[in-house]
Ligand binder design. Structure first.
Ligand code: AMP
Length: 403
């Protein structure tokens, strides 16, 4: 029987490990941090406890095991070690849950094997997530470990939205369909938006625009996701920091046949050297806005292309939902870039969408409405909190499991 009230949330990337230790009594962070450049000579661990100054370790972390062991030592130094009875579970962000994992899931050997079986559809993400799980299980084999999947919230996509219009047998054989990502954020933000409106999620239709370095849109009808912009992989949809988003698949054939690029080169091009970075050499929206305001033509085109794609999705999801109660901007760009929000919503009065310039310019880390009182659709900035969502789902699951 677990009596702990804290959840450790782990987000393992290919060379990084982010963590937050969350107190479930009030959602506050007992500690948080990040290990970067795992496997490289100049690794870095940055640890921020709730009380006291932040600490840094600059050294070689050979693998995720070494990184998590170092994190555990930092937590122990604050009296928050992994052996603490206060720790109820470890919640892991897992990117791809395929069709099987549509809910947070307590990790067993069998579950882990299934996550491993999904590597072919998430080759960049699931291996790191699996490593994180294995290392955490090694350190605390007795503690419940919960996987929370980025794809889960999108499991409700209707078949006509989830299917690509390709040969059915080929698609089924290779599990090619639209899964969607950032689901933990879309779920959290769509619910937080309903709260901001003083309504139950079941009563409202929301378009969520998660605009970070990766970016995706979703259409959420009465709390249920019915459409999202990412597909088999996180490459589809919006223009992102370094990813192209939607592209004619013919471009891939052309680059291979005519340009002589190999498949891995094209993969790297579309995932890492495209989007804002490809268009203007900067993937940080702050730089893109600054340069375009100074008259830089490439940065201007990058900004306009980003906003143009966003507006196409806004219009498309309006049509998908039929009635829209709110549009919510979230993540790094969505929460911080007033120029992007303004440009995305400009000239849409006929759809009931408008942004008040003064409200839009307010900087805050609280959920807030930026549309004028007369607008039919509420436009809001709703900060995302994927770690809290993961912690809440993991906590709810371990408490249900022991009752
Ligand atoms: P995320 O992936 O959600 O952490 O978002 C990271 C991205 O947010 C960065 O690459 C920037 O493009 C963007 N960003 C962060 N702060 C700002 C800001 N103040 N104004 C515009 N964009 C921002």
């Amino acid at each position: 029987m677990t009596t702990g009230t804290r959840i450790l949330v782990l987000n393992a990337g290919s060379s990084s490990l982010k963590y937050q230790l969350i107190d479930m009594l009030d959602g506050s962070r007992a500690a948080a941090g990040l290990v970067e450049r795992i496997g490289e000579p100049a690794g870095r661990l940055a640890h921020t406890p709730r009380s006291g100054p932040g600490r840094e370790e600059l050294r070689f972390f050979p693998d995720h095991g070494a990184a998590l062991t170092a994190v555990a030592a930092q937590l122990a130094a604050d009296g928050l070690g992994l052996d603490s009875p206060e720790l109820a579970a470890i919640g892991h962000r897992v990117v791809h849950g395929g069709r099987r994992f549509t809910e947070p899931t307590v990790i067993t050997d069998e579950v882990l094997a299934e996550i491993r079986r999904l590597i072919p559809v998430a080759p960049l993400h699931n291996p790191a997530n699996i490593t994180g799980i294995e290392v955490a299980r090694g350190l605390r084999p007795d503690l419940p470990q919960v996987a929370v999947f980025d794809t889960a919230f999108h499991a409700t996509l209707p078949e006509h939205a989830a299917r690509y219009a390709i040969d059915r047998a080929v698609a089924d054989e290779h599990r090619v369909r639209r899964y969607g990502f950032h689901g933990t954020s879309h779920r959290y933000v769509s619910r937080a938006t309903a709260r901001l409106l003083g309504k139950d999620p079941a009563e409202v239709n929301v378009i969520v625009l998660h605009l970070g370095n990766g970016a995706s849109a979703s259409a959420v009808a009465g709390g249920v996701c019915v459409e999202t912009s990412m597909g088999l992989t996180p490459l589809e949809g919006l223009v992102m920091g370094t990813r192209s988003g939607d592209i004619d698949p013919g471009v891939v054939f052309h680059l291979h046949r005519v340009g002589g690029l190999g498949i891995d080169e094209i993969d790297a091009l579309l995932n890492r050297r495209s989007g804002l970075l490809g268009l203007c050499g900067d993937n940080d929206m702050r730089e893109v806005v600054r340069r375009s305001q100074e008259g830089d033509a490439e940065a201007r085109i990058a900004f306009d292309a980003y906003v143009h794609r966003l507006r196409k999705y806004l219009g498309a999801y309006y049509a998908v939902l039929g009635r829209v109660d709110a549009v919510a901007f979230t993540a790094g760009v969505g929460e911080n870039s007033a120029p992007v929000r303004e440009a995305a919503c400009a000239g849409l009065d006929a759809l009931g969408i408008a942004v008040d310039a003064e409200l839009n310019s307010v900087r805050s880390d609280r959920p807030r409405i930026i549309s004028p009182g007369y607008a039919r659709v509420t436009v809001a900035v709703v900060p995302t909190d994927e770690e809290l969502e993961i912690a809440q789902q993991a906590f709810a699951l371990v408490h249900t499991a022991v009752e």
